[in-house]
Design a protein around this ligand. Structure first.
Ligand code: 5GP
Length: 336
């Protein structure tokens, strides 16, 4: 047994110190970024926020709404190819999600089937990115799709960030345990404070010309700003985008009281999700997610405006004319 005694930080442990600025208005701040990719061979442009691949968040309607703002969606993996083909989605801003159990031929046929929509972004998502078979899976998907952008995770340490980039990931997803409906920390005792994970993994990824996506734990636009300030290239949001019109089916919307209605939002490793997609929690597993009942929040465009407005304001406070410069201009103050 070993104890690491260096202090590790979460979003709530820090604040961002204001700095002198020549910026006159938030409207002058540019949030769009363009990234070079280490493997895919093309640049990715947009506002680097990604809706989390959860079936209560990353719906096809959400993808359509967020693309209007140049924001990305990792479309959840439970749609049929026919549903995706008939939806109005743009390849520029959408990832298709796959898990470790996916057959390579299924991944190939999905990407081939969506060629006319120019979908060329793949999200390989597992709860525990530390297994050898996951690293091998990433290299096999890279071999099969040399020209796709691959995002893979989740991990929280520099060694595994590097391993996944070397195996073929362009973006490594960072976060174990911080999610709003995640119970991994209490069920298993495993996790890593999210702000420190971002700082340490961003450094490792950037050293290999790779990118990271900070996944989980953002509850406010201030947390999103802290994630970017810590060096995240992309930030993935679940709970902050849940409960909107775009998260609901037409039937759910029809029966919803728009003024005081409640919406159910659950983790993808919850008993709820496993019951829906895997016939229940398998005998060797425990649920690592929970169900939350939250207020209905209307159309997502209002929340997007609030998040982007908050981010522009952060940039103004620290004198960063672009989101790209935010991490260079960030000094975190530890609160106590
Ligand atoms: P949030 O933005 O809600 O704090 O975090 C979203 C992230 O939580 C997702 O992208 C995913 O990584 C993680 N997540 C979603 N569902 C579950 C779950 O059931 N269990 C765990 N451990 N993590 C989850």
């Amino acid at each position: 047994m070993r104890v690491e005694s260096e202090r590790k930080l979460d979003f709530d442990d820090v604040l961002i110190r204001p700095k002198r600025t020549r910026l006159e208005t938030r409207a002058d701040v540019e949030l769009k970024r363009t990234f070079k990719t280490p493997h895919a061979g093309f640049d990715v442009s947009g506002i680097p926020i990604i809706a989390a691949n959860m079936d209560t968040v990353a719906t096809l309607k959400m993808a359509d709404a967020l693309a209007e703002h140049s924001i990305f969606t990792a479309i959840h993996k439970h749609y049929s190819i026919e549903e995706i083909k008939s939806a109005n989605i743009s390849g520029d801003y959408n990832f298709m999600t796959f898990g470790l159990n996916e057959d390579l031929s299924h991944i190939k046929s999905t990407i081939d089937n969506l060629a006319d929509k120019k979908v060329n972004k793949i999200c390989l998502d597992v709860a525990n990115g530390y297994t050898e078979i996951f690293v091998e899976f990433v290299s096999r998907v890279r071999e099969q799709h040399p020209n796709c952008l691959i995002m893979a995770g989740n991990v929280v340490t520099p060694d595994m960030t590097e391993a996944l980039i070397i195996a073929g990931a362009d973006i490594v997803k960072i976060g174990i345990g911080p999610g709003s409906v995640c119970e991994t920390r209490s069920v298993t005792g495993v996790g890593y404070p999210q702000l420190s994970a971002i700082i340490e993994c961003a450094d490792a990824a950037h050293g290999l010309s790779g990118l990271i996506c900070a996944d989980g734990g953002c509850r406010t636009s201030g947390d999103v700003a802290k994630a970017f300030g810590a060096g995240a290239d992309f930030v993935m949001l679940g709970g902050m985008l849940a409960g909107h019109t775009e998260c609901l089916t037409d039937e759910q919307l029809a029966s919803l009281d728009k003024n005081s209605g409640k919406v159910e939002y659950y983790g993808m490793s919850s008993a709820e999700a496993m019951g829906k997609y895997s016939g229940g929690v398998a005998a060797h597993r425990a649920s690592e997610g929970r169900v939350a009942t939250i207020d209905y929040r209307g159309d997502v465009k209002h929340t997007v405006q609030a998040i982007l407005g908050g981010l522009r304001s952060t940039c103004t406070y620290v004198g960063a004319p672009t989101l790209k410069q935010l991490s260079k201009r960030t000094t975190f103050i530890i609160k106590n």
